[in-house]
Design a protein around this ligand. Sequence first.
Ligand code: CA
Length: 355
Amino acid sequence: MGQHSAAVCVVSVGHSRLRCLRYRPGADCTLSPTLSPWGERGLFAWLPRARKKQGGVALISALLVVALATTAAAQLMSSQYLNLRYSGNLFMRDQAWQYLKGSEAFAMVLIDKAIRNNRLYDLLGQESAFPVEGGVLTGKITDLQGRLNINAIVDDKGKIVGSSYERLQNLLRAQGLNSGLADTITDWLDPDSTPVSQAGAEDDYYLSLSPPYRAANTRMVSLSEVMLLRGYRKLPEEKRAALEQNLSTLPASTSININSASEDLLKAIGLKADGISTIRNRLSADGGGPFQSLDELKQLKLLPEDKLEGLSTTTEYFQLTTTAQIGRTRLKQYSIIHRSQKGALRVIARSLGTP
Ligand SMILES: [Ca+2]
């Protein structure tokens, strides 16, 4: 209902109040939304009336800008999230790496203490777990001289060491494998390029593979090299694992510690069942302790004297296997610890993932 004065009328419609633009007494009035909060043009009241048709284009443009801004913001957040995950993984990996390095120092203290207290064989082979900040650390110390050192099969002059070669053949047989693998290993180590037998393999064989490679013709640096040997990959996985538990690739020609050798290796050395039982029983709680010298073996006549070559009752090389599980990160490290004759311990090699 309009309220007309002499020259102006004001009409109330809902919450809006409209003013009459042209009022003539006795005639209909023309209303204007000048007193309305938004007026008849709503949000586009600020646009000049002459550009009314461009309002639709502006609306689409505004929506497009909002959409683009939203997409950019989402991508920015996604990128930021990935960066945070990446930084977190790097931090956890670094933390795990520091724990692994610390475990080496801890292991050397344990080895030194165990040897001083004549409790070394209580320590070896025992896996222990330690809770650490953000995860858990597990570790195990083993005697690498309780294994057959592959590098001891060929001496510094490139000649085959008969006792080591024979023990390798015996070990392969004891584990149900073809003893011809001993020739394959020997060819990989010896300096010449002539196979020692039909079971051997030199450059001629390896260069025919795809991809081709050459025989190393030198000592193995890592036990993982055995995977390159002719026919080795075709062995059942459990057979490979069992064999590798009895092999090492130490940097020098080392002896086998009979106190920590496996049953298969003791058999490969030439010990009979009763001799193996005698050695095993010495390590039991009231068995009298480990053998301190090879003279004890002689006295007990467990082995003929010509079979004692390359054997010992002590160890210089240990392997520390440590796994650090920190959050989502898991690192496994293999460290070789050397103990000198004076008792000094130091890490001489380490690798991640594979021994
Ligand atoms: Ca060779």
